[in-house]
Design a protein around this ligand. Structure first.
Ligand code: NDP
Length: 295
C-alpha cells in the first residue's frame, strides 16, 4: 500500500489566513468595519509569549486591529476581571482571548465566564459550549475547528463515517466530538479508562488524537486508508541532546497504513491561530448583524 497523503497544515493555514484577509478587506470596504482581537497575557511564560506574539503579528497582517495587554505575573483576579469587562464594553474589540494557563491566584473559570460570549473567540465560555452541543450558532474552539476544516478537505462528506476522538478535554476532545457528531459521523470518544483502545481505533475511518503522549497511537491501531489528525504536541529528546516536537501518533508506522495524515509539526498546529482569526471575523460580523463575506 502506498504511503498516506500528508495533510499540509502550514499551507492550509496560509489559505485560511488569505481568506480572512479578503474578508477583512470586504468588511472595511462595505461596512466600514475593522474586526479587532484583544489578547491578554498574564506573566512571562516563554511558550505563551511566543504564541501571543504570533497571534498579534498574524492579526495585524490580516488587516485586523490587534490589541495586546500584558499584565504582571502578580496581577490579582479583580484587576484581570476589570480588564475583561473593559474589553467587553469596547466596541473596537470583537474578540477576546485570555491566554491560559493563568497564575495560581487567579480562578481560570471565573475569568472565562466573565468574557462576553459574543466575543469569546476561544469558544470556552459555557454559553458557547452549550450552543455547540445543541447545534445552535456558537463560537467554536479554534483547534477542533481547524481539525474539522482539514478533515472535510481530505475526506469530503463526513456523514455516516465512523470516527474516534482519543482524549476528552474541554478544549480539544469534547468540542471535536460535537463537531463530528454535527457532521453526522458515528463518534467514539476514548480516554484513559477506555478498554482495548487499539481495537476501538481500528474501527475508525477518522481518528483524531488529542492525548499528550508521544507516539502512543501505532500504525497497527489504524484502519487501512483512515484519515488521521494528530493534535498532540510533545517535546521529546532527539539526537545529540536536542529536543524535537512529535505528535500522539507514531508517524513512521502510521503513514504506511493511513490514507491521509497530519504531520507534527506542520499539521494541526498552524491551523489554530488561523482559526482564531476566522473566529474573530465571525464574531465581528455577528456583533454588527452583517453577513460574513464569502471571499
Ligand atoms: P489534556 O491533558 O487536557 O487531555 C488529554 C486527554 O487524553 C484526557 O482526556 C485523557 O484521559 C486522555 N488520555 C491520557 N492518557 C491516555 C491514554 N493512555 N489512553 C487514552 N487516553 C488518554 O490535553 P489537551 O486535550 O489539552 O491536549 C492534548 C494534546 O494536544 C497535547 O499534546 C497538547 O499539547 C496538544 N494541543 C495542541 C494544540 C494545537 O495544535 N494548537 C492545541 C491544544 C492542545 P482522561 O480524561 O481519562 O484523563
Amino acid at each position: 500500500m502506498a504511503d498516506a497523503k500528508i495533510i499540509d497544515g502550514k499551507a492550509f493555514a496560509a489559505k485560511v489566513r488569505e481568506r480572512v484577509g479578503r474578508q477583512v478587506a470586504a468588511l472595511k470596504d462595505k461596512h466600514d468595519l475593522t474586526p479587532g482581537l484583544a489578547v491578554v497575557l498574564v506573566g512571562e511564560d516563554p511558550a505563551s509569549q511566543v504564541y501571543v506574539r504570533n497571534k498579534g503579528k498574524q492579526t495585524a497582517e490580516s488587516g485586523m486591529n490587534s490589541f495586546e495587554h500584558k499584565l504582571d505575573i502578580s496581577t490579582g483576579q479583580d484587576t484581570l476581571l476589570a480588564l475583561v469587562n473593559q474589553l467587553n464594553d469596547d466596541p473596537k474589540v470583537h474578540g477576546i482571548l485570555v491566554q491560559l494557563p493563568l497564575p495560581d491566584q487567579i480562578d481560570e473559570q471565573a475569568v472565562l465566564a466573565a468574557i462576553d460570549p459574543a466575543k469569546d473567540v476561544d469558544g470556552f465560555h459555557v454559553v458557547n459550549v452549550g450552543r455547540l452541543s445543541t447545534g445552535s450558532e456558537a463560537l467554536v474552539p479554534c483547534t477542533p475547528r481547524g481539525c474539522l476544516m482539514m478533515l472535510k478537505d481530505a475526506v469530503g462528506d463526513l456523514s455516516g463515517k465512523k470516527a474516534i476522538v482519543v482524549g476528552r478535554s474541554n478544549i480539544v476532545g469534547k468540542p471535536m466530538f460535537q463537531l463530528l457528531l454535527g457532521e453526522s459521523c458515528t463518534v467514539t470518544v476514548a480516554h484513559s479508562r477506555t478498554q482495548d483502545l487499539p481495537g476501538e481505533c481500528r474501527e475508525a475511518d477518522i481518528l483524531v488524537a488529542a492525548v499528550g503522549r508521544p507516539g502512543m497511537i501505532k500504525g497497527d491501531w489504524i484502519k487501512p486508508g483512515a484519515t488521521v489528525i494528530d493534535v498532540g504536541i510533545n517535546r521529546v529528546e532527539g539526537e545529540g541532546g536536542k529536543t524535537r516536537l512529535v505528535g500522539d501518533v507514531d508517524f513512521d508506522s502510521a503513514v504506511k497504513v493511513a490514507g491521509a495524515i497530519t504531520p507534527v509539526p506542520g499539521g494541526v498546529g498552524p491551523m489554530t491561530i488561523a482559526c482564531l482569526l476566522a473566529n474573530t471575523v465571525t464574531a465581528a460580523c455577528r456583533q454588527h448583524g452583517v453577513e460574513e463575506p464569502e471571499a
